[in-house]
Ligand binder design. Structure first.
Ligand code: SF4
Length: 125
């Protein structure tokens, strides 16, 4: 019972901002499982589990843009990437340069770092 490590996370699912506690509990014979506490709704329970086992973030940044009135194009990953890869995704995007005009939703980098996730323009420029 005692000595179990408990991690805390702030649920970002809605403005209520529930403080989640995630504990790895041992269930007889079937290995480890995770117990999430502090959520007010199901979304928080799922967020706590996800954040503990496979934290992910949508990367929002800009890439170089040529031939237009602006020299940077806002982009984001089309889905959340593993948190550990965020810096590497940004590094990859420093090498990307696209030419105007670009339509919102255009893929500027496909399958970034083999994640199966594309980086897309978030604005028409
Ligand atoms: S657990 Fe539910 S109610 Fe609480 S912050 Fe997350 S989404 Fe909102």
């Amino acid at each position: 019972m005692n000595g179990h490590h408990v991690d805390s996370y702030l649920c970002i699912g809605c403005p209520l901002g529930c403080r989640l506690e995630v504990e790895e509990v041992h269930t007889d014979g079937v290995g480890d499982d995770i117990e999430v506490r502090g959520f007010t709704c199901k979304k928080g329970k799922e967020y706590g589990r996800q954040e503990h086992t496979d934290p992910r973030r949508v990367v929002t940044t800009t890439v170089a843009l040529g031939g237009g009135a602006w020299d940077r194009l806002p982009v984001k990953t089309s889905a959340a990437v593993p948190k550990d890869l965020v810096r590497d995704v940004c590094r990859e995007l420093r090498r990307v340069r696209v030419d105007a005009p670009v339509a919102m939703g255009t893929v500027v980098l496909k399958d970034v770092l083999g994640t199966g996730i594309d980086v897309v323009a978030t604005r028409d420029l």
